[in-house]
Design a protein around this ligand. Structure first.
Ligand code: ZN
Length: 163
C-alpha cells in the first residue's frame, strides 16, 4: 500500500472518530476499511444505554463496506487513545479478510494529539481464529470466486452487445 492510500485511510478513520456516539464511555473510536476495489468506508463506535448493544467502530466500518457491496478487505484502520480491536471485532474482520489484510492501529495518545502508527495483519491479531473457509462453511477464497463470477457475467453480457 502506498503512503497516500494509508494516509487517506487514517484520515477517514480520524474523521469517523469525530462522529462517535459514546456518551457512556467517552471513548471515541474511529475506524475505516479499504476494500479490494480501492474504496474506503468509515465507521465509529455507537454506544447504547443498555451497554451490551454497543457496537465498535471496526464493526460499523465493515458493515458499512458490506452494505455497499464490498466483501474483501485490503486494510483496516482503527484510531483512538490506545485503541485495540476487541475480540469480537477481530473475528468480525476475519470474515472479510485474507491472510494479507493489513491492520493499522493509530494511537492518538493521552492528549489525543500524538499519532503513533503500528501495522500488523488482521489474522495476526487472533491466532486460532474461527475461519469459515477452514471450517468448510464457505468455498475457498469466496471473494475471488465472486470476482470470477462477475467477470464471466460481464463477458456474457458484453458479447451480444458487440454483435
Ligand atoms: Zn470491538
Amino acid at each position: 500500500m502506498n503512503k497516500k492510500t494509508v494516509r487517506a485511510l487514517i484520515e477517514a478513520a480520524k474523521r469517523a472518530r469525530l462522529k462517535a456516539y459514546c456518551p457512556y464511555s467517552r471513548y471515541p473510536i474511529g475506524a475505516a476499511v479499504l476494500t479490494d476495489s480501492g474504496r474506503i468506508f468509515p465507521g465509529a463506535n455507537v454506544e447504547n444505554a443498555s451497554y451490551g448493544l454497543t457496537i465498535c467502530g471496526e464493526r460499523t466500518a465493515v458493515a458499512n463496506a458490506v452494505t455497499h457491496g464490498e466483501k474483501s478487505l485490503t486494510a483496516v484502520c482503527v484510531v483512538g487513545k490506545s485503541p485495540r480491536p476487541c475480540g469480537a471485532c477481530r473475528q468480525f474482520m476475519i470474515e472479510f479478510s485474507t491472510k494479507d489484510t493489513w491492520l493499522y492501529i493509530v494511537d492518538l495518545g493521552g492528549d489525543g494529539r500524538r499519532e503513533s502508527v503500528n501495522r500488523t495483519r488482521v489474522f495476526a491479531m487472533l491466532p486460532g481464529a474461527f475461519d469459515p473457509l477452514e471450517a468448510g462453511l464457505l468455498p475457498r477464497n469466496p471473494t475471488n470466486l465472486l470476482k470470477r463470477r462477475s467477470r464471466k457475467g460481464a463477458k456474457r453480457r458484453a458479447r451480444p452487445a458487440r454483435r
